[in-house]
Structures are given as C-alpha cells and as structure tokens.
Design a protein around this ligand. Structure first.
Ligand SMILES: [Zn+2]
Length: 116
C-alpha cells in the first residue's frame, strides 16, 4: 500500500532509530506465535498506537493505530528480500536526525505527522 519513514520521537525510541516500513491492510498479513501488546498515546495525543512483539525473540512484526483502523505498519526489513523498500512518504521529517540522508524516492515529506 505505502512505503514510508517516520522520524517521530516515539519511533526513534521504540525502533532505536527512525521507523522504515510498509502500511498494508491488516487482512493481508497472517502471524503465528504469541505476541505481546504495548499501548501508548500517539504524537497527536488523539490516537493510540498498539505494538505487537514476539515474547521469544522481541521482533516487532507490526504496529497499528486506532486512527487508521484496519491498516498496519510492518518494518521494512521484516519481509527480508521479498520487497524492495522505496519510501515515498516521510512522517515527521522535521525530526529526521541530521546524520541521515533524505531518500531520493521520497515524494511526500511531512514536517510533522502526515497521518492526519
Ligand atoms: Zn513515528
């Protein structure tokens, strides 16, 4: 559905750097195993993000938000070499660490959260 980056402070803390991933329909992904949940308020304060992670290996296979019900965010490296990651959207570009480069393929940069 969409390849994107997020440089918000929440993503930088949770993913040990900016989030790089895909936004896809929840119906397009099936998962097996036991996943734990962590819920917090999003940057806008209006939405709740729910992250799931494997209790065994701590992989974070997906994130979802209440504000975009039915859409999940999958880290770009999770499908390994199955998809070439080319981010078109960039959220919270104003918070991009100065030591990272802006990808040439980025066409929709939002200084703040572009979800709204
Ligand atoms: Zn973020």
């Amino acid at each position: 559905m969409m390849h994107f980056l997020c440089h918000c402070t929440d993503c930088q803390i949770m993913f040990n750097g900016s989030f790089e991933g895909y936004a896809i329909s929840r119906d397009e992904l099936s998962l097996e195993g036991v996943l734990s949940t962590y819920t917090y308020s999003g940057g806008s304060g209006q939405s709740i993000h729910v992250n799931f992670f494997c209790e065994t290996c701590s992989t974070k296979p997906l994130t979802q938000t209440d504000i975009l019900d039915g859409i999940i965010y999958v880290p770009a490296r999770l499908p390994r070499d199955q998809i070439e990651f080319k981010p078109k959207g960039g959220m919270c570009i104003g918070l991009r660490p100065s030591w990272t480069n802006k990808p040439e393929c980025l066409v929709e940069p939002y200084t703040e959260n572009g979800t709204v």
